[in-house]
Write a protein that binds this ligand. Structure first.
Ligand SMILES: [Zn+2]
Length: 302
């Protein structure tokens, strides 16, 4: 499995769900104990485990598994992973917690929306309730040796989304709150599935900016420098998409016309177009799911 050191006490594991590289990252943060940030889906847990073995971490030393939210590509693997980690507790937003304990509804909804992609991610296994910490904004988890993870509630992408802040290194793990970062071409794309809340997502981005982070560690995908610029860029991109969608709906344009207008107006999308077209997940999500999120938001709140 491919693991790389990306910070002082921090390692990235490319979990290669569905064989796709550079798409979902899981992070191992080491203190006296250790924490995992993001598990990826159920189907790639074996890859995550072999990454952990490669990094020589003892499974009983892993105190926390922190997920940004319960979507399958972020937290779908928690239940399966916990069977191997005897002492770990799961940190999840309080609204997501019941769905980790009882993932049946989450699975049905994911299948309805994501179809084949959900099957590829795999059905999540339940997490024993006593191992779940229903977290809230500001809660801090200590892994020893001055390494701590603080919960930063960042709703908008989902109503059960939180990011994590490690203060000694001023690192932020934004989950999906800061978009999808294509590190190979240094481009950010929206991840805004319905029921996306633009207003709340922008406020969350401001909260992340106010931390003045030194580094972002994206789940999709990898380490990014110049965090303020990245967060600002994403904020502007969301506003641009919203403006185009609003105009498009007012002019009764079709989805196709609206997405063409986004392509003409958003330079990041232009640069990423080839990447999106050939990508097994992004080809289905960027102009379908993400655009749908904007349309539903504009129709409901404007
Ligand atoms: Zn995601």
């Amino acid at each position: 499995m491919s693991t790389i050191k990306v910070g002082e006490n921090l390692y990235l594991i490319d979990i290669q769900a569905g064989g796709i590289k550079n798409f979902i990252a899981s992070y191992l943060l080491k203190g006296k104990q250790a924490a995992i940030i993001e598990t990826g889906p159920m189907s790639s847990v074996p890859n995550l485990l072999s990454g952990l073995k490669e990094l020589n971490v003892k499974f009983e030393d892993i105190a926390y598994v922190a997920v940004s939210h319960i979507h399958l590509d972020h937290g779908g693997g928690v239940g399966t992973l916990l069977k191997f980690l005897p002492k770990a507790k799961v940190i999840v937003h309080s609204r997501g917690a019941p769905h980790l304990a009882n993932p049946e509804k989450l699975w049905q909804q994911s299948r309805a929306v994501l179809k084949g992609i959900a099957e590829m991610y795999g059905e999540p296994e339940p997490v024993p309730e006593e191992r779940i910490i229903a977290a809230s904004d500001g809660m801090t988890f200590d892994v020893g040796a001055d390494v701590k993870l603080t919960v930063i509630e960042t709703l908008g992408h989902a109503s059960h989304h939180q990011s994590y802040y490690e203060s000694s290194s001023r690192s932020v793990f934004p989950g999906d709150a800061a978009g999808i970062y294509l590190s190979e071409i240094d481009v950010i794309l929206p991840t805004t599935p319905s029921p996306f809340r633009l207003d709340i997502a922008l406020a969350s981005l401001n909260n992340l900016m106010s931390l003045k982070p030194k580094t972002l560690y994206y789940t999709h995908f990898g380490k990014a420098s110049n965090p303020s610029e990245k967060l600002q860029t994403y904020s502007q991109q969301l506003s641009l998409w919203a403006k185009i969608v609003k105009q498009g709906l007012e002019n009764r344009e079709s989805l196709k016309v609206i997405s063409e207008r986004i392509i003409r107006s958003d330079r990041a999308v232009q640069r990423a177009l080839e990447h999106i077209r050939v990508h097994p997940i992004l080809s289905e999500t960027v102009f379908d799911e993400s655009l749908r999120g904007f349309i539903d938001f504009v129709e409901k709140f404007n």
